[in-house]
Design a protein around this ligand. Structure first.
Ligand code: CTP
Ligand code: ZN
Length: 150
């Protein structure tokens, strides 16, 4: 039986099976920072039969949406997202790679129309090799995706 590192939560979201070392990027995607008031637990390097070692993130009182889940797929393709209600896992989904990511990432190209002060939502196409390309200016994101979260 798996050792209980963090206790079960009553309501919220558990992101499990995160590749070890990626928990902090997942937190960034979820918008968890020092201003967060949600109760958040992070376990890093927990032993896992399937993965050897994994990270786990639990956010209480919040059910994360599909946009966030899609971005989690980019950095933690093996993750499972579990929605917990009244202590029970009511939904479990394996994250999947989206074709396009809109409105979450910022284009690093200063001349991109999405940085021009106009109300244009950013959009990135996910290429077959996992590369992210701005739909407007073709700029490719070279760094870790978490660096581009607005
Ligand atoms: N969990 C939790 N609080 C609950 C219920 C579940 O924190 N009230 C966590 C578990 O610790 C686990 C994840 O949510 O990390 C998924 O729970 P569950 O589906 O019960 O675990 P497994 O069957 O081991 O999941 P999987 O098959 O995805 O490995
Ligand atoms: Zn651009």
């Amino acid at each position: 039986m798996e050792e209980l590192r963090i206790r079960p939560i009553r309501d919220g979201t558990v992101i499990d099976h995160i590749e070890r070392g990626r928990a902090l990027e997942v937190l960034k995607i979820l918008g968890v920072d020092s201003s967060t008031r949600d109760v958040v637990s992070v376990a890093m390097n927990v032993s896992s039969e399937k993965m050897g070692a994994k990270d786990v993130v639990k956010v209480e009182g919040r059910e994360i949406g599909s946009t966030e889940t899609d971005i989690i797929a980019l950095i933690a393709p093996e993750a499972t997202v579990n929605v917990v209600r009244e202590y029970e896992v009511t939904e479990k989904y394996v994250v999947s790679m989206p074709d396009e990511i809109t409105g979450v990432l910022t284009c690093p190209n200063p001349s991109c129309i999405t940085n021009g002060g106009e109300p244009v939502e950013t959009s990135f196409e996910v290429e077959d090799d996992g590369e992210l390309r701005c739909s407007y200016c073709d700029e490719v994101l070279e760094d870790e995706v978490a660096e581009y979260i607005s």
